[in-house]
Design a protein around this ligand. Structure first.
Ligand code: SAJ
Length: 401
């Protein structure tokens, strides 16, 4: 198969994107460093959980529009969809983007289009352009480079990839136009043209905005705890104002996007990003506070009843109704509470996973029934039917709101 598109990175975004393009009869070659991922995909199967993706991949592989490998192949368009984690000091690590770019530099030819989709600090596309033109100066002005972030919601990726609006920013106007033409082949949402730096900042802004709004809700929850006010009722009532829309407090902010991307701004603009930085602190503090509340409840129970309590820790995922534990505040809280454990009985619950390599997972009904103290960490649907029994309930995520 002679690919028209080569995608570097076949993860949560790279694989669905490749499959969608291939589903539009455009031959795609997907590259991943992990040979077992490559093998799985070439068998027409998938290595991630995402509704509807399996059927699209199976069809694309069968019809020879999608193939995977560990080394990049020549194409006309290159999509960089690799992770951009952060280092210990919260500085973004663009080494995967750099490595992916270096891998395709020898393959580039006149007229090619190079697009970064990975969440990236401002200036990354220009940096990669310099890297490319330093190695291949003869391509200056002859290839097109752009940045186009994705904004899909895990669990609804196949729909949102097609229907969400996209922001597309080139290093110059021709690059922007070439990239817009590329996405028009398979995206039905509107395509908004801008420059590369604005497109990079747009992704960071979207996720920082959400982080700041959640921090506001979390700050309110701490104030209300001291003031003896039900924060859920308060937010419900405040949101009756036609122009107020407060989000929900929880046990912190997790996942690999909202809890990560704001650092891409704060590390580069520490003086200017006061609210963004403070929001990160508040959301992290909220998790610490929840762990402290559980420990406090444990000591109070023991003083009152003269025995150690049984404690149910309800939820490990980073948000409701998923099995994803990455950057999960609930997992952090469970770890913190267990560090302080003596010989109380702990029941750790996560209805969306069967086993965990560190925690013994208990059935949620059994845990609730056996516990003296129930701490709701994640608002999974399963938890919403529990009656209010004579237990100490720490409702950090609004189960009983
Ligand atoms: N959370 C709250 N209160 C709320 C909403 C969320 O505490 O009112 C918490 C969640 O429990 C979770 C965290 O925030 O721990 C993040 O959850 P999320 O639903 O806001 O976001 P993600 O990480 O699942 O996906 C986000 C999406 N962004 C938005 O909804 C604004 C998605 O569109 C992005 O594509 C994705 O990040 C990404 O890849 O950046």
């Amino acid at each position: 198969m002679q690919p028209k598109v080569t995608t570097i990175g076949l993860g949560y975004i790279g694989l669905p994107t490749s499959a969608l393009i291939a589903d539009n009869q455009i031959p795609v070659y997907g590259v991943d460093v992990n040979p077992s991922v490559v093998k799985t995909i070439n068998q027409g199967k998938i290595h991630i959980v995402e509704p509807e993706l399996d059927a699209v991949v199976a069809k694309a592989v069968k019809n020879n529009f999608l193939e995977a490998g560990t080394v990049a192949k020549k194409a006309d368009t290159y999509l960089i969809v690799v992770p951009t984690p952060f280092k210990g000091n919260h500085e973004p690590d663009i080494s995967y983007v750099e490595a992916a770019t270096k891998g395709i530099i020898p393959l580039l030819k006149e007229g090619d289009l190079y697009i970064i989709e990975s969440t990236s600090p401002v200036g990354t596309t220009e940096k990669m352009m310099k890297l490319i033109f330093t190695a291949r100066p003869e391509l200056k002005g002859k290839i097109f480079l752009a940045y186009c972030p994705e904004r899909v919601l895990p669990g609804n990726v196949m729909y949102e990839l097609v229907h969400n609006d996209r922001v597309i920013g080139g290093v110059n106007e021709t690059s922007t136009q070439k990239a817009v033409d590329f996405y028009r082949q398979f995206v039905k949402g509107e395509l908004h043209a801008t420059n590369a730096r604005t497109a990079e900042m747009c992704k960071l802004t979207e996720n920082s905005s959400r982080d700041v709004q959640i921090a506001f809700a979390n700050e309110l929850s701490l104030i209300c705890d001291k003031a003896g006010i039900n924060v859920w009722e308060l937010i419900h009532l405040a949101n009756k104002h036609p122009r107020v829309n407060i989000l929900q407090p929880g046990c912190g902010v997790g996942g690999h996007c909202i809890a990560v991307d704001p650092y891409f701004i704060t590390s580069e603009f520490p003086m200017e990003s006061q609210i963004i930085g403070k929001a990160r602190e508040i959301n992290n503090y909220k998790s610490f506070w929840c762990a402290e509340q559980i420990k406090k409840a444990k000591h109070e129970f023991q003083l009152k009843h003269g025995r150690k309590p049984a404690i149910a820790l309800m939820g490990l995922a980073f948000k409701p109704n998923i099995d994803d534990l990455r950057e999960s505040p609930a997992k952090y809280i469970v770890q913190k509470v267990l560090q302080d454990a003596q010989d109380e009985a702990y029941y750790i619950v996560e209805p969306n996973i069967k086993t965990h390599q560190v925690f013994k997972i208990t059935d949620y009904k059994e845990a609730f029934q056996k516990a003296d103290i129930v701490a709701f960490l994640v608002a999974h649907d399963e938890f919403k039917d529990f009656p209010r029994e004579n237990k100490v309930v720490l409702d950090f995520c609004g189960i009983y709101k």
